[in-house]
Write a protein that binds this ligand. Structure first.
Ligand SMILES: *[C@@H]1O[C@H](CO)[C@@H](O)[C@H](O)[C@H]1NC(C)=O
Ligand SMILES: *[C@@H]1O[C@H](CO)[C@@H](O)[C@H](O)[C@H]1NC(C)=O
Length: 361
């Protein structure tokens, strides 16, 4: 295999926080036969070096970059084809645009933006970049749920449940003081709190499952657990473009964690529930058929792995063929649509549950 490393694409990870260390580095190790981790950046030298040590076994040549000079070095390194932006929600969009403008393909961590206004402005900036390269740099969003096999397979089962009658999304989270993200300072200063930061995943799952956009919402949000930033609870009634209505009940922290999506149809029901099977975390999919028979399948998590693999494939293809169409499930716009649903829910709750239209992207 010697020499293969020369041919592989190179990427940089910008960010060395919890998610970069506990997800990006292990997942990049799993695909180190496809992509080389060339550099890792943090605001400080100390944290860049600590993160690089975690990757040294599979990326022996990894370089540490820090501060503004480190960002300039990454942008100016022609061997770096793509960048993973894994930073605080408040600064990710600005940094992604900077990298895209420098011609790097970007996979940015969720949430896509702090608001739909920020996403709209960012998309118009991205679309106005002059075409200096033979290809347009890809802007992918890492939100992983659209890549989870449980959602991919369940969205196919939707064809067999007849007409959709109703939808339930129940999220009883466990964001308590034992959770590594509990004290994350950027999440505590983020408009929408954990509802927006965590919620984009549950909306992504919903939209992927039902294959129709959320058109209108009516919600009440509350601040109950004062150890969490507001709001920490939301109840929402929503209607899809296809006419079907559903409810979302979401507590950021509860004593008995449960995460479930369920769609009742005239001929059957599809349900996805977070769970553990054989020591692996993932999703249990239940498919109740017209015959009364119930089919159960467990799918372990692998969304981050799958979306990184798709990003690497897309950046390599795009560099060969300027017309290459990147994986639509990764597109930044999909993430902006998830933000739009939650923003509408939060807006409705400031108007005592008045119906709000979800902004379209
Ligand atoms: C936090 O939630 C987890 C999962 O429900 C639970 O095991 C743990 O005991 C909780 N910790 C605290 C401090 O409540
Ligand atoms: C978060 O901060 C609280 C209060 O300072 C502390 O008790 C808790 O252990 C911290 N949690 C984590 C995961 O660091």
């Amino acid at each position: 295999m010697a020499g293969d490393g020369e041919l592989l694409p190179r990427i940089a990870v910008v960010g060395a926080g919890i998610f970069a260390r506990t997800q990006y580095i292990p997942r990049l190790r799993e695909i180190s036969h496809l992509v080389v981790l060339k550099a890792i950046w943090s605001r400080t030298q100390e944290s860049a070096e600590a993160a690089a040590e975690l990757a040294r076994d599979f990326a022996p040549g990894i370089e540490c970059k820090w501060g503004d000079a480190g960002l300039e070095e990454i942008m100016g390194d022609p061997s770096i084809l793509g960048v993973a932006v894994v930073l605080a929600g408040q600064v990710q969009v600005e940094l992604s645009l900077k990298m895209l403008k420098a011609g790097k393909h970007v996979i940015q961590e969720k949430p896509a933006s702090g608001s739909t206004t920020e996403a709209e402005t960012a998309l118009s900036v991205y679309n106005s970049f002059p075409n200096k390269l033979p290809y347009k740099p890809i802007w992918a969003l890492g939100e992983n749920y659209r890549f989870e096999p449980a959602f991919v397979e369940s969205s196919k089962l939707m064809n067999d449940i007849g007409d959709m009658m109703n939808i339930q999304v129940i999220v009883e989270g466990s964001m308590n003081s034992s959770n590594p993200y509990f004290n994350s300072s950027w999440r505590r200063n983020f408009v929408g709190g954990f509802i927006l930061d965590m919620g984009v995943h549950f909306i992504a799952g919903l939209r992927m499952l039902v294959g129709s956009e959320v058109a209108t919402v009516s919600s009440i949000s509350r601040h109950v657990d004062t150890d969490l930033p507001p709001p920490d609870n939301i109840c929402s009634l929503f209607q899809l473009e296809n006419g079907c209505a559903g409810v979302l009940v979401f507590a950021v922290n509860s004593r008995s964690p449960k995460i479930l999506w369920r769609v009742d149809g005239t001929k059957g029901t599809v349900q996805i529930e977070r769970g553990v099977d054989g020591g692996k975390h993932g999703y249990q999919v239940l498919f109740s058929k017209e015959s009364g028979e119930c089919q159960k399948t467990f799918y372990p998590f692998c969304g981050v792995h799958e979306e990184l693999k798709a990003f690497v494939h897309d950046m390599v293809q795009a560099s060969k063929d300027g017309d290459h169409k990147a994986e639509p499930r990764s597109s930044y716009v999909e993430g902006a649509r998830d933000v739009a649903v939650l923003e509408a829910m939060l807006e409705s709750s400031t108007k005592q549950g008045a119906m709000v239209q979800v902004k379209k992207f």
